[in-house]
Design a protein around this ligand. Structure first.
Ligand code: CA
Length: 229
């Protein structure tokens, strides 16, 4: 369920917007001054912001600017004056949409829906690209479970892949062989920490230019290994 923040000092308008949005199953929070609105927008987790322009304490221009520096959620700006809308557009504050009051609440709901759909698509495509880890010439495709060095695919066993991916996802953290064994191998699997050493050696042969001077997986003598970035 998407969460929406309304920053609006005219409470009757805010309440009307809230009623319509709640009828469409959105969770709505109202802030009636600019300062608490800005605080909420920056510190709480909202999926969309409906922002009035003229507000006590901190105005909508400033809120829009500050929120945009930190978050990429859709921002719909509303104002009583058509001239103001033109001005906001001109300022390029990064709002996604503009509406002039009075507007029909169902028009607002329609625009909210459209922006949230677009935003969710954006977020999920970003998540997809997170399934690729790229560090210098090394590329790990977690979805396809493939590893490439300078564009050339290297064959990895399941455990080699799991071990490399785990280390690459937790860079600069030193893990003992014991920790890695527990992380990658099942508790009841046959083997011991020497298994880790063997796998690290095999991974290095595949990804390092020179296994004796590893640039990815570094040995921390007497402790374990870490992935360097
Ligand atoms: Ca106002």
């Amino acid at each position: 369920m998407s969460k929406i923040l309304i920053v609006e000092d005219e409470e009757t308008i805010a309440d009307l917007e809230k009623d319509y949005l709640e009828m469409s199953d959105y969770t709505v929070t109202i802030k009636t001054d600019g300062k608490s609105g800005l605080d909420a927008a920056l510190t709480e987790d909202f999926d969309l912001l409906i922002l009035d322009l003229m507000l006590p304490e901190v105005d909508g221009y400033e809120i829009c600017k500050q929120v945009r520096e930190k978050k990429d959620i859709p921002i719909i700006m509303v104002s009583a004056k058509k001239d103001d809308i033109d001005k906001i557009r001109g300022l390029g504050l990064g709002a996604d949409d503009y509406m002039t009051k009075p507007f029909s609440p169902s028009e607002l709901v329609a625009r909210v829906k459209a922006h949230l759909t677009r935003y969710e698509r954006l977020v999920s495509s970003n998540q997809k690209s997170n399934d690729i880890i790229e560090i210098r010439g090394l590329k790990i495709d977690k979805t396809a479970r493939r590893v490439y060095i300078d564009g050339e695919e290297k064959n990895f066993t399941t455990k080699e892949f799991d071990l490399l991916t785990f280390l690459a996802e937790n860079p600069n953290h030193v893990y003992t062989k014991d920790e890695l064994f527990r992380e990658i191998w099942d508790m009841d699997s046959i083997g011991d920490i020497a298994t880790v050493t063997v796998h690290i050696k095999k991974i290095r042969e595949k990804i390092e230019y020179d296994s004796s001077k590893p640039q990815y997986i570094e040995t921390i003598w007497g402790v374990g290994y870490r992935f360097k970035v």
